[in-house]
Ligand binder design. Structure first.
Ligand code: 1HN
Length: 360
């Protein structure tokens, strides 16, 4: 029945062509969905010179509202994002510059990398930022940045832009002036809500996000190191603290889970995997992570990605503090969060490859 098979193939081709003309596609021919995000690392030493060159070539203003270099995961061709749902960028601002006020439905966080004297203003409140500070810009809040100090100021931006774009819920508005009016005392939210266990009863905060703008690193580091005297934390995640909304105990940002992780000198966590592509930024320290069998050496200010469902474990050569963020607040209530420990080889992966950082 050779000729019969031939005509069947021809008939199938004709059928597929007709289905395509109907703007449709047969499910049985579609590629099975797999994780496209790859483990990757961007070294700060490679990016600092690029950021400095950008300060000479590109002024911040209404043309380039933010001087930002976006980390593009090579597994996510054309998407220009660190994971499928989150952005990780480095932003640089120089003394005297103002990144003009706007608001958008994407939520943002800043993790300060270098410098001082710059502020972020959010909804009428200014907060000056120092290295290691975690600063929130919840969705649809007016925000602008300005630098009143000396020397370059750099931070890591984390945003849920790809998630918001997937939902096609992107809105953006410019403020009528570069700077929004300041209507509150600097860091007013820190005094009102920073105590965490004591809630100001006369304030009604009508938002799914934390009312706190700046979670100062000095406090976070103090809590981490105090706990480190008593515990190693989780075998998989060491001492990890979540940045929470003090009014609910939930995540600081409704769409982005944010954490600070302390690894003691010599600490080697056990491997596990979970859904939720995760971005790690090294606030301080030195060590390496094994991600899907590949070794990623990291140092201060480097940023790396652990894709969803990738085995990962961390090794600190000296005391290390990592800032960690992912999309768990969206996955969890939808029943999409899963987690699994690595049970072979006493919980440690075999290292089969070493990642070489730097330009292609
Ligand atoms: C944004 O508004 C900022 O406000 C930084 O600093 C990075 C990346 C994509 C979209 C909006 C900022 C951004 C951004």
């Amino acid at each position: 029945m050779t000729s019969g098979d031939g005509s069947l193939t021809e008939e199938l081709d004709l059928f597929y062509e007709e289905v395509r003309r109907h703007n449709s596609s047969p499910l049985w021919l579609q590629e099975r969905q797999t994780v496209k995000t790859v483990p990757f690392l961007w070294r700060y030493d490679d990016f600092r010179p690029l950021l400095m060159r950008a300060t000479e070539l590109v002024p911040v203003g209404r043309q380039a509202e933010r001087r930002v270099l976006v980390f593009a995961n090579p597994g996510l061709e054309g998407k220009q994002s660190a994971t499928s749902t989150l952005l990780a960028n480095l932003q640089i601002i120089m003394p005297g510059e103002v990144a003009p006020s706007h608001r958008h439905t994407a939520s943002a966080l800043r993790l300060i990398v270098e410098g001082s004297g710059a502020y972020t203003a959010v909804q009428g409140e200014k907060s000056y930022m120092d290295p290691g500070d975690f600063v929130t810009t919840p969705n649809w809040t007016w925000h602008d940045h300005g630098h009143e100090g000396q020397g370059p100021m750099v931070w890591l931006d984390g945003l849920d832009v790809p998630m918001v774009m997937t939902f096609e819920a992107q809105f953006q508005e410019q403020y009528s002036e570069d700077k929004q009016p300041i209507t509150k005392a600097n860091d007013a939210s820190m005094r009102l809500f920073g105590a965490g266990t004591l809630r100001p009863t006369w304030i009604h905060h009508d938002s799914v996000h934390s009312p706190l703008i700046n979670y100062k690193f000095a406090h976070v580091y103090d809590v981490l190191t105090t706990l480190a005297k008593e515990t190693d934390g989780s075998p998989f995640d060491a001492i990890t603290l979540e940045y929470t909304n003090p009014l609910t105990g939930g995540p600081a940002l409704a769409t982005i889970g944010c954490f600070a992780q302390l690894l003691k000198p010599g600490q080697h966590t056990k491997a596990h995997r979970h859904t939720g592509g995760t971005i790690y930024h090294v606030i301080e320290g030195k060590g390496y992570s094994v991600i899907a069998g590949k070794r990623f050496d990291w140092g201060r200010k480097d940023t790396f990605v652990v894709p969803s469902w990738a085995w990962h474990e961390h090794v600190a050569e000296v005391e290390s503090v990592l800032f960690v963020y992912n999309d768990w607040p969206v996955l969890q209530p939808l029943g999409l969060f899963r987690e699994e420990p690595y049970t072979e080889r006493d919980g440690h992966q075999e290292v089969t490859e070493t990642f070489v950082a730097g330009p292609a």
